[in-house]
Design a protein around this ligand. Structure first.
Ligand code: GRF
Length: 228
């Protein structure tokens, strides 16, 4: 269903559930394995009542774009090359999102900052997955292999995946769901990354499913979600 500015976020999710279709937008810059994991669950029927409307990427040659094309999801390439000039790429992203009337924006390895206007347009309706247990090992500089190197360097005995709402600060919004895994003191950053990625793939689609089924609520500033 399309977005209606008169409705509160939770009403939108509940109505989407009743009406049977949650419109999803995706943004990704990299390989797109998390994006693919969600598409796989839609394809096998585990994740119903959602409709992928587009993938926005700043990198037209990335794996996520190939995966979207293979799945028949509309690709929108938006970057400083396609839209040179101050603010033009951000304006285009905003236009795509407004035109498509999505209910939930799913970040899956998108490496650029989300424009403030998009965050303002979709309050508590943008989610991201981070490959560590926030609020540890997040924030500026904590992306890709840097996250896992920091985890190993700190001697952490657990890591995992976090799905959270997106606000104006990197890796900072309210936590929706987490999956923790034990680490061995022998694990290398690459081994930690591989273990965490398995959990990411099994966690993210379940959170999207919870949104689609109206099982995510915000009460007193905390997110209530039964996904573990
Ligand atoms: C994942 O580790 C995710 O946690 C982070 O970016 C990475 C994307 O990986 N936000 P992929 O492109 O989905 O394989």
């Amino acid at each position: 269903m399309g977005r209606n500015p008169c409705l509160q976020t939770q009403e939108i999710f509940f109505l989407s559930y009743l009406l049977g279709m949650l419109k999803l937008g995706f943004m990704a810059s990299g390989g797109g394995s998390n994006f693919q994991a969600i598409l796989n669950r839609i394809a096998d029927g585990s994740l119903q009542g959602v409709s992928p409307e587009f993938l926005i990427s700043n990198n037209s040659k990335c794996g996520a774009v190939e995966k979207a094309q293979a799945a028949g999801v509309a690709v929108r390439h938006v970057s400083s090359v396609t839209h040179p000039g101050p603010g033009l790429a951000e304006q285009e992203i905003l236009r795509i999102i407004q035109d498509s009337q999505i209910d939930l924006l799913v970040l899956a390895g998108y490496m650029k900052k989300i424009p403030d206007a998009v965050i303002a347009l979709l309050p508590d309706r943008i989610i991201n997955i981070h490959p560590a247990l926030l609020p540890s090992f997040g924030g500026p500089g904590h992306w890709g292999h840097h996250v896992h190197e920091a985890v190993v360097a700190a001697g952490a005995r657990v890591s995992g995946a976090t799905v959270h709402f997106v606000d104006g600060d990197y890796d900072h919004g309210k936590i929706i769901a987490q999956r923790a895994i034990p680490l061995s003191s022998e694990d290398t950053p690459d081994q930690v990354a591989a273990k965490v990625l398995v959990q990411e793939h099994d966690l993210y689609w379940r959170v999207v499913k919870a949104f689609a089924e109206g099982r995510v609520q915000i009460r007193a500033g905390r997110v209530i979600c039964d996904v573990v």
